[in-house]
Design a protein around this ligand. Structure first.
Ligand SMILES: [Zn+2]
Length: 317
């Protein structure tokens, strides 16, 4: 449920419109900040778009909330740092940061989030998990050190956030996850556990993530063409499956080698018996084709389907 939708309904049912408009303008930012995941578990979409800025959406990024705490951040695409602030989350709340892969639309705002965290009172380390690298893309440790390492990094002036010997800050702890087509456990803290499988996204090393918290399962496909058998396994019985709607049905060539069309999303959701499906990573080539997309998915998957917008909140019941 999008807080904006709640506010609209609320306003429509109110006769003293101007008075409540005043109240909302005075208090709404903090009210919205508290509205996702304040009770129980919820996933919030920080960025529902792809790399094109003309989609007027932030690029890929998601939060998992539990009882008012933002515990997990999945990806940090361009624009997501602003949405992170708008969500009311704080970097000091995060137990873990997960990356699906290192395309710009999944990682471009990472340094902005880390810089913001410097102003917060975080003491404990920040674990960061993502794929191992290849000749084409950096590993997770390389990616983090390329920004914040002490010698040649772009933002080496912030190396105290990474280098263990430097005092004055909490530390990032990057880890490379070597995953195959069977889910592998990457991180656990209290009742939070995260699992990954390798997914196919051209020649880019890429992971899908499963976040288990409070007895709920939320699965993030990341970018993939859907060829990996591990994705349906990872998504098995998920309460919420957030899949990327980056290409329309019938697409061929490089776009199909990188992304899964709606029919493939629907088949994976059905095979995995997911309880709710949310479509994100909406691009100019899929925006406006929601009816076609939904119909292709419904041929294969009988559960509920929703299209994500920035800051949408999906409580997991
Ligand atoms: Zn992408």
């Amino acid at each position: 449920m999008n807080p904006r939708r709640i506010s609209k309904r609320f306003l429509q049912s109110t006769s003293s419109l101007s008075f409540f408009s005043f109240l909302l303008s005075a208090f709404w930012p903090s009210a919205a900040a508290q509205s996702c995941g304040s009770q129980g578990v919820a996933a919030q979409v920080l960025g529902s778009g792809g790399p094109e800025l003309q989609d007027k959406r932030a690029s890929s990024s998601y939060l998992v909330w539990k009882n008012g705490q933002a515990l997990v951040l999945v990806d940090a695409g361009g624009g997501s740092a602003l949405r992170f602030g708008e969500s009311g989350a704080q970097m000091s709340q995060l137990d873990v940061l997960l990356f699906t892969h290192y395309h710009v639309d999944h990682s471009g705002d990472f340094p902005a989030l880390i810089k913001s965290s410097w102003f917060e009172d975080r003491k404990r380390p920040l674990p960061i998990y993502g794929p191992a690298g290849n000749d084409f893309m950096p590993s997770t440790t390389e990616f983090v050190y390329d920004f914040f390492g002490e010698k040649h990094a772009a933002y080496r002036y912030l190396s105290e956030l990474l280098m263990p010997a430097e005092e004055g800050s909490y530390k990032m702890q990057p880890h490379n996850v070597v995953a195959g087509s069977t889910p592998v456990a990457a991180f656990r803290s209290g009742d939070l556990a995260v699992y990954a499988v390798r997914v196919v996204h051209g020649q880019v090393p890429a992971l899908a993530w499963r976040v288990e918290v409070g007895g709920k399962f939320i699965v993030f496909s990341g970018d993939t063409n859907g060829d990996s058998p591990g994705l349906a396994q990872l998504a098995l019985n998920a309460d919420l499956f957030i899949a990327h709607n980056a290409v329309p049905e019938g697409v061929v060539g490089i776009e199909r080698r990188l992304h899964m069309p709606p029919s493939v999303i629907g088949q994976i959701a059905e095979n995995a018996h997911v309880k709710n499906l949310v479509l994100s990573h909406r691009m100019l080539r899929t925006l406006g084709k929601e009816d076609q997309t939904q119909s292709e998915i419904k041929k294969r998957y009988s559960g509920p389907v929703e299209f994500a917008n920035d800051l949408d909140c999906f409580p997991v019941k």
